[in-house]
Design a protein around this ligand. Structure first.
Ligand code: C2E
Ligand code: CA
Ligand code: CA
Length: 457
């Protein structure tokens, strides 16, 4: 029967094929077509496969050698932008060409190489011992170091050992990249293997991403407030709004477990807006009711600097709830001032024109804040708890004392963070710092509790 049907199809009078043969032929021609495409999918400067061709080739290789052990290595130059800027584009190009040449020495029938984009390369290869993979990173680092450039180049390698041949190649790249990101730009390590902890972290991040929209919609976020006090009088001089996520299955998730993820996917904007709204609403109600009110600060993720609606949102909230800007202080971490600093400065100066005050959070954890203080005045500085952590150490005390003196001379309003002991309090008072926030006084508390506290005082 099959034979008969085949006969009907056989119009060219060529020898007849069975169904199976026909299918094979069809697949073969498909593959050939794909290969022709693959061959033209190359990055001009290095003539290496681009990502698309690489993914196809990796898939083929895994199917062709199901018994072999494979690894995915992703190579990235941590400071490639600096190389281009300081040494010129030609030098950058010569570096890329040297990397491509170096990688080509690993070209075999069970290896695929790729130039993904800019300064990112991929190497998918079969191996026996993990040491072979480490040796590749060492040898490639040497080759890179030999390229004569005016600045030191920092290569980083992320390695994923493929355990499941059915895993999509793009996911293997994700895993290798995740490993790479743990060491990128660090001087002490230039390669990292993907491990199960990273997998857990990635799964958790995925979970957070999935849960966040529901969390916002179903009110799983609440705002806690931590009082700020005058250490001499014990009076409450302000508060800081801190987000808490009450997850239906996982309980309370601390902000440091989900904020970095929200900063990566941009949802921090929505979460911050939620917090600001709660704070303005609370302040508006207290002002209307004629109750005691102190400024409450909110945290501003650095992502807002790039957000058009940033200034409008705050001004609109101030109008809507009839809360003068002095009642909502804006806290921005020191590192936020450094990264993309020009945009950030601009935004902050704009918002100051609207009478909002800026507080520089975590002061002392960044590094080039001194020049910044000279050029860009902020209204308040929160001294990071690192300054007072180690009061036994006389050198720490000297640093803290001089920093406080300098800031006081500059005339900025100062507040110490993370005060946990009486010893720390006494030291700060002795240095002339009178305001603090810390567990020694109060932990962050539900906003209703904070209000009760204000009413009592
Ligand atoms: P932060 O802005 O530096 O907030 C102070 C953190 O220090 C809070 O941690 C607070 O609970 C903790 N803390 C206060 N006193 C002490 C003390 O005496 N000892 C110690 N060890 N810790 C103390 P929390 O609430 O876990 O928040 C962590 C960070 O998450 C915050 O650091 C802030 O950067 C970020 N964050 C919190 N809420 C928000 C938010 O609504 N938006 C944004 N963008 N970031 C937020
Ligand atoms: Ca803060
Ligand atoms: Ca802080």
């Amino acid at each position: 029967m099959a034979y008969k049907e085949n006969q009907k199809d056989n119009m060219g009078g060529l020898p007849l094929e069975t169904e199976k043969e026909k299918e094979e032929l069809y697949l073969y021609s498909l593959r050939k077509m794909a290969e022709v495409n693959v061959e033209s999918n190359r990055i001009p400067i290095t003539q290496m496969y681009n990502l698309r061709a690489f993914l196809y080739k990796v898939g083929e290789l895994v199917r062709e050698y199901p018994e072999k052990k494979f690894a995915m290595i992703v190579l990235d130059i941590a400071n490639f932008k600096t190389v281009n800027e300081f040494c010129g584009r030609a030098a950058g190009d010569s570096l890329l060409i040297a990397i491509a040449k170096g990688l080509r020495q690993y070209e075999k029938e069970d290896t695929v190489l790729s130039h993904f984009r800019a300064d990112v390369f991929g190497l998918f290869l079969s191996f026996t011992e993990e040491q072979e993979l480490v040796d590749i990173t060492i040898s490639m680092s040497k080759i890179i170091a030999q390229v004569s450039l005016a600045c030191k180049v920092l290569p980083a390698f992320g390695i994923y050992v493929a355990t499941d041949p059915t895993m999509p190649p793009s996911l293997m790249i994700d895993y290798a990249t995740l490993a790479l990101n743990t060491i990128k730009g660090k001087f002490y390590a230039n390669y990292a293997f993907f491990d199960s902890q990273m997998r857990l972290k990635m799964l958790m991040e995925k979970q957070i991403e999935n849960d966040i929209v529901t969390a916002l919609e179903t009110g799983q976020f609440t705002v806690y407030i931590q009082p700020k006090v005058n250490m001499k009088s014990g009076e409450i001089v302000g508060g800081e709004a801190l987000i808490r996520w009450q997850h239906p299955e996982r309980g309370i998730i601390p902000p440091m477990d989900f904020i970095p993820c929200l900063e990566r996917n941009g949802f921090i904007i929505n979460v911050d807006l939620y917090v600001w709204n709660e704070v303005f609403q609370l302040q508006g109600r207290r002002l209307r009711e004629g109750k005691k009110t102190v400024p409450i600060s909110v945290n501003i993720s650095r992502l807002h600097a790039y957000q058009k609606g940033f200034r409008d949102s705050l001004c609109q909230l101030s109008k809507q709830y009839e809360v003068p800007p002095k009642y909502v202080l804006l806290e921005l971490t020191e590192s936020g001032f450094l990264e993309g600093s020009e945009v950030m400065f601009e935004r902050m100066q704009e918002i100051r024109l609207d009478k909002f005050s800026i507080s520089m959070d975590d002061f002392g954890t960044g590094y080039s804040t001194m020049t910044m203080l000279r050029n860009q005045p902020v209204d308040q500085i929160k001294l990071d708890r690192g300054f007072i952590e180690d009061m036994q150490n006389s050198r720490s005390r000297i640093i803290a004392r001089h920093t406080i003196n300098m800031l006081k001379e500059l005339g900025v309003h100062l507040l110490a963070e993370g005060v946990e002991t009486k010893e720390q309090q006494d030291f700060l008072l002795e240095c002339g710092c009178t305001e603090a926030q810390g567990f020694f006084y109060y932990k962050p508390m539900p906003s209703e509790e904070f209000e009760t506290l204000l009413d009592k005082k």
